[in-house]
Design a protein around this ligand. Sequence first.
Ligand SMILES: Cc1ncc(C[n+]2csc(CCOP(=O)(O)OP(=O)(O)O)c2C)c(N)n1
Ligand SMILES: [Mg+2]
Length: 322
Amino acid sequence: MSLTSEKMIDVYETMVKIRMFEDKVAELFAEGKVPGFVHLYAGEEAIAAGVCIHLTERDYITSTHRGHGHCIAKGVNINSMMAEVYGKANGACKGKGGSMHIADVEKGMLGANGIVGAGGPLACGPGLMAKTLGTDQVTVCFFGDGAAEQGTMHEAMNLACCWTLPLVFVCENNGYAESTPCSYHCAAKNISDRAVAYDMPGVTVDGTDLFAIYETAEEAIDRARRGEGPSLIECRGFRYYGHFEGDAILYMTEEEKEHNRARDPIDNFKKRGLERRLLSEAQIAEVDTRVAAIIKEAVEFAEESAWPDSEEVFTDVYVNYP
Ligand SMILES: Cc1ncc(C[n+]2csc(CCOP(=O)(O)OP(=O)(O)O)c2C)c(N)n1
Ligand SMILES: [Mg+2]
């Protein structure tokens, strides 16, 4: 189904929230306010937004170390995300996870994850649960081009296909695994070609084109919901920031960065939305103003939140079985 004007605003708002959140975190990190590692998602907004708009709160996602965009698109509260990034007690994980481990099970966000390629096997869990209980819940596994080379991802795709689990594998091919270009680490022409090995549909789309991602994800998610099994979608895009904050991005040329800027997913979405009269300048301005206020409030919330009590270090570590 094509994007209704209501959904156009929804996806635009999600993309702008991600961009503004990431730009703000970059700033805060540079000011020394954010502890630990930070990997920013700016540039990849169309992927999380175009996929997650098809999911309900009952559906699940697994994420990566670059997880802020997935959290926002799956509806995790922005204040609790920012507080988590700061390591504060009010954070989504009580400040114990930080940027790289934000999770919100209630929202179906099963966690950003520092282990590259771990999201695949994790996604098979809720997938098997949904199949066993006969629910129509779908799980989306986001993973990077670097993660695509991990054995865990191949095991997960094979298992998911053997068991016909309601999964969608979304490979976010931003062209690099840390500083290693995809052309150097990947033997295949397309990561999506690997779907053939597991007898599932596989397709490569432009990861900066919200419209293409929206349509492709809808088909794959509907297929999973109908009980017809997994699909693999490779989204080719880029990231604006370095692999992590502090990376000087010496492995990208100025031409490449220029080329990326011309493919900005948000600018292109706005341009096409305006041309097709699916969005108006006034709506765009309203969203921009509203989201800027949400991000400002999130920073204030995080700044004002307390640090976790030292006793908290002993809670939520082990599960006590009766
Ligand atoms: C199992 C494992 N191996 C290596 C690393 C170190 N590492 C962290 S991110 C990364 C690159 C991941 O690249 P990709 O999957 O393309 O994700 P991107 O950073 O581009 O979003 C590596 C090798 C890790 N965290 N976990
Ligand atoms: Mg990558």
